[in-house]
Design a protein around this ligand. Structure first.
Ligand code: RB5
Length: 186
């Protein structure tokens, strides 16, 4: 299979070793980076692997960050991607058989390299069962095309307190000019 792989700084060390491990299993590997353990933003790398899988340039994707959670959140935003953080071989097996997972995300900080190797072996070998699961997966994928039902929530922004200098200027202007109201009274 053609495997696309990437990590962030927290998953870098495991990624380097997993690339060799996956090649050793006989797969073709494209490493989308990073090339060092310098601090990076995981969505940038989830995007690269997600696009490679969604475009059919890779058969499966592997993403490693500290927990695997951020990578899964980011990759799942890409149309056509079914990504989840997997922490046991049993979940890897079910995620293939029931969910047709096409991108696996791994924890480089909380799961050992040896356990992640076991997880990947199962992930690559697992086949989708289809049947009733195909109907459910089709319903998941239909959500990719659903129009937004609600406006996206405004990002949480901490209000900036007006400086006392700005307040003093406002007060001085009010005193001098009187309250400013539009000419038409609206
Ligand atoms: C990076 O510190 C960490 O937040 C990242 O690797 C990942 O765990 C996010 O989900």
């Amino acid at each position: 299979m053609r495997i696309a792989i990437a990590s962030d700084h927290a998953g870098f060390e495991q990624k380097q070793q997993l690339v060799e491990f996956i090649k050793g299993l006989g797969h073709e590997v494209t490493d989308f980076g990073p090339d060092s353990d310098e601090r990076v933003d995981y969505p940038d790398f989830a995007e690269r692997v997600g696009h490679a899988v969604a475009r059919g340039e890779a058969d499966r994707g592997v993403l490693i960050c500290g927990t695997g959670i951020g990578m899964a959140l980011a990759a799942d935003k890409i149309c056509g991607i079914r990504a989840a953080v997997i922490t046991t071989p049993e979940f890897a097996d079910l995620a293939r058989r029931h969910n047709d997972l096409n991108v696996i995300t791994l924890s480089g900080r909380f799961i050992s390299l040896e356990e992640n190797k076991r997880i990947l072996k199962v992930f690559f070998a697992g086949e989708f069962e289809g049947g009733r699961h195909a109907r459910r997966v089709a319903k998941i994928m239909a959500l990719d095309y659903e129009k937004p039902q609600t406006a996206p929530a405004a990002p949480h922004v901490t209000p900036i307190r007006r400086s006392s200098l700005a307040e003093q200027i406002d007060a001085a202007l009010d005193e001098k000019l009187g309250p400013v109201t539009p000419a038409d009274g609206k």
